[in-house]
Design a protein around this ligand. Structure first.
Ligand code: G6P
Length: 608
């Protein structure tokens, strides 16, 4: 949610700040802005819409500056408009960019109005500029002003600020929103995501909650929550430009779909050996802790939650453990009962989702045996704050709709099911069978990607409808939910998922020739029952698109029966999801939507 970037350099920073915003556009894209220090004044440009519109203004005005801050926005308080776009300023002297939410903004705003400050936006962020101005006047130091402002601010924030009185230093602060420094040559940068500055440096410092840093082109000083000087480690990360560019693909989402065989190999490689999963792949001591686990609690959001729902089934059937799955945003509010020896698992692509982080923090006050995260970003807050972790190694996922992150999360969760079973001394033969299937998984996914032509045939029949129904049973119900989520996210077609047996309890009333039904029919004891459910759809004129095991045969009349590649039953949820991703992508393409940046959404949701 929102991306911020700041730079102090010995060269002009306008272009590199805008380039950084382009890289972080997945975080929010309803407006963008920049403030550039020009010695006696500050150039302030903002535009409603995508970063390109800000760039057009920059090209027209060509402001020069060696110190600046910039922002791409996902609106929380106040509609997308130029006045609500960041940077916000106070009396032409202090300019700020902010990612996060200030929870006590109403009372602070009132206090500042009493102090004579005027507000020009509806945002919760503008008051930060006024607070800094107020305290800068008092302390004559932006670092001290930031500490005084921090005492007032409740909520989550990553802030970068500049002041007209200082053309070489900028100040940043972090609390519960991601923020890092990049150490370049003759320049120091700050950003919400390393991707934004990866072309400029490979050396990053991940700030901690409570940190304030002062940055100039030559040096940086970091202070911790108690205002003491802090030494934070420099982390070297090589993010290739290939990983963050589309290459020959039309969209990041398309690239990420077709990267899945390789991505899954990277999740599994080095974590299995012979006929079993290796010990301690979730961190030193994890295998011993797993031996004590008696119950599992999963919390996650969006696509990651769907991965959790599939995994709950695996934990039960492979590791013989009861597992509960909750929306991270709901978990804290149901006063969960925590049984002895429960393991808390968070699943997250970004590792920064505010609700998931809040659930993890809440769990720390409860009696959990341990916490573990399945996450794609090793430097993220979830990774740092969990006892154990497994990184999915999917590489940067830029398309807002999650694809390769989901597939690799499932592979990671299968490794977890195997590890729990191993530590509990259970099902060695089954473990051997699954390890073999995991080795073949990249190949099977590559085969499933070849179903593109079939999806191209189906796509026009979905693209011209306003609704779609996805059906699955058992472990395929969460896959049906993920299929429906993907379709609605990027094509804006209303899509719902049901366990097929529930059809007759309501949704059957919706079936007519305008309601395409997409069903998942793997070979299993449930396939037969599902096929009877599909007959009910056919009898009412609904059009069926069925992804099925090669052994399944049925007359789908004007719809399609798509035979899936053969694979071990435990891999089928992962494999059946692939054509659903392609179908959503092709439907969205036909409808001409903004596939990588669908309206109203953002990839990294750092507000609760
Ligand atoms: C947003 C994204 C989804 C993602 C969800 C959870 O809604 O658009 O694609 O599944 O957040 O994100 P996480 O990073 O925690 O997996």
């Amino acid at each position: 949610m929102c991306g911020i970037i700041a730079a102090a350099s010995s060269r002009n920073v306008g272009k590199l700040l805008v380039r950084g915003l382009h890289k972080m556009e997945y975080r929010g894209y309803d407006s963008a802005g920049i403030a550039l220090h020009q010695d006696n004044s500050i150039a302030h440009l903002r535009a409603v819409g995508k970063v390109q519109l800000l760039e057009d203004k920059m090209i027209a005005e060509k402001p020069k500056s060696k110190l600046g801050i910039a922002h791409t926005r996902w609106a929380t308080h106040g509609e997308p408009s130029e006045l609500n776009a960041h940077p916000h300023k106070s009396k032409d002297s202090v300019y700020i960019v902010h990612n996060g939410i200030i929870e006590n903004y109403v009372e602070l705003r009132e206090e500042l109005i009493k102090d004579g400050y005027e507000f020009s936006s509806q945002t919760d962020s503008e008051l930060i500029a006024h607070l800094l101005d107020l305290y800068y006047k008092e302390t004559k130091s932006m670092v001290n002003a930031m500490y005084k402002a921090k005492e007032k601010l409740d909520g989550a924030y990553a802030i970068a600020a500049i002041n007209i009185d200082d053309n070489s230093n900028l100040v940043v602060a972090r609390n519960k929103s991601p923020l890092l420094l990049g150490i370049g040559s003759d320049e120091i940068l700050a950003a919400s995501d390393p991707i934004a500055i990866a072309e400029l440096t490979n050396d990053f410092i991940f700030l901690e909650d409570g940190d304030v840093a002062e940055i100039s082109a030559e040096t940086y000083k970091i202070f911790d929550n108690t205002k003491s000087k802090a030494n934070r480690e420099i982390t070297h990360i090589d993010i290739s430009t290939q990983a963050t560019s589309k290459g020959d693909y039309r969209h990041f989402m398309e690239k990420e779909i077709y990267e899945q065989p390789e991505a899954v190999s990277k999740t599994v490689d080095g974590r299995i050996g012979g006929e079993d999963v290796l010990d301690n792949i979730f961190g030193l001591g994890s295998s011993d802790i797993f031996a004590k686990v008696e119950r599992v609690q999963i919390v996650a959001c969006g696509t990651s939650l769907h991965a959790g729902r599939v995994a709950a089934n695996w934990f039960s059937s492979i590791a013989e453990l009861p597992c509960q799955v909750d929306y991270a945003s709901e978990y804290r509010y149901r006063n969960p009962h925590v049984d002895q020896n429960s393991l808390l698992i968070t699943i997250s692509q970004s590792g920064e989702t505010a609700d998931t982080l809040a659930a993890l923090n809440y769990s720390k006050e409860r009696d959990y045996l341990s916490s573990l995260t399945i996450c794609n970003v090793p430097t993220s807050s979830l990774a740092r704050e969990s006892d154990f972790s497994l990184f999915t190694n999917a590489g940067p996922e830029i398309g807002v709709a999650s694809t390769k992150a989901f597939t690799t999360q499932l592979a990671g969760l299968m490794l977890l099911a195997l590890s729990l079973a191993k530590s509990r001394g259970l099902n060695p033969k089954l473990r051997g069978r699954i390890v073999k299937a995991l080795r073949l998984l990249p190949e099977t996914i590559a085969e499933a990607l070849l179903l593109k032509d079939k999806m191209l045939e189906i796509a026009p029949n979905i693209a011209n409808k306003n609704n779609a129904l996805f059906l699955g049973r058992g472990i395929f119900y969460p896959i049906a939910k993920e299929g429906a989520l993907k379709l609605k996210e990027i094509s804006y077609i209303h899509a719902e998922a049901y366990p097929a047996g529930e059809l007759k309890h309501g949704p059957l009333a919706l079936i007519d020739e305008n309601m395409p039904v997409i069903a998942l029919a793997p070979e299993s004891e449930i396939a037969e029952k599902l096929i009877s459910n599909l007959e009910e759809v056919k009898a009412r004129g609904g059009t069926l698109y069925v992804m099925a095991d090669p052994s399944v045969n049925m007359d789908v009349k004007s719809g399609s029966l798509v035979h899936m590649p053969k694979c071990d039953f435990f891999m089928t949820p992962i494999v059946y999801n692939i054509p659903l991703q392609i179908l959503s992508y092709e439907v969205a393409l036909l409808r001409g939507t903004d596939i990588d940046q669908p309206r109203n959404l953002a990839k990294s949701v750092t507000v609760e």
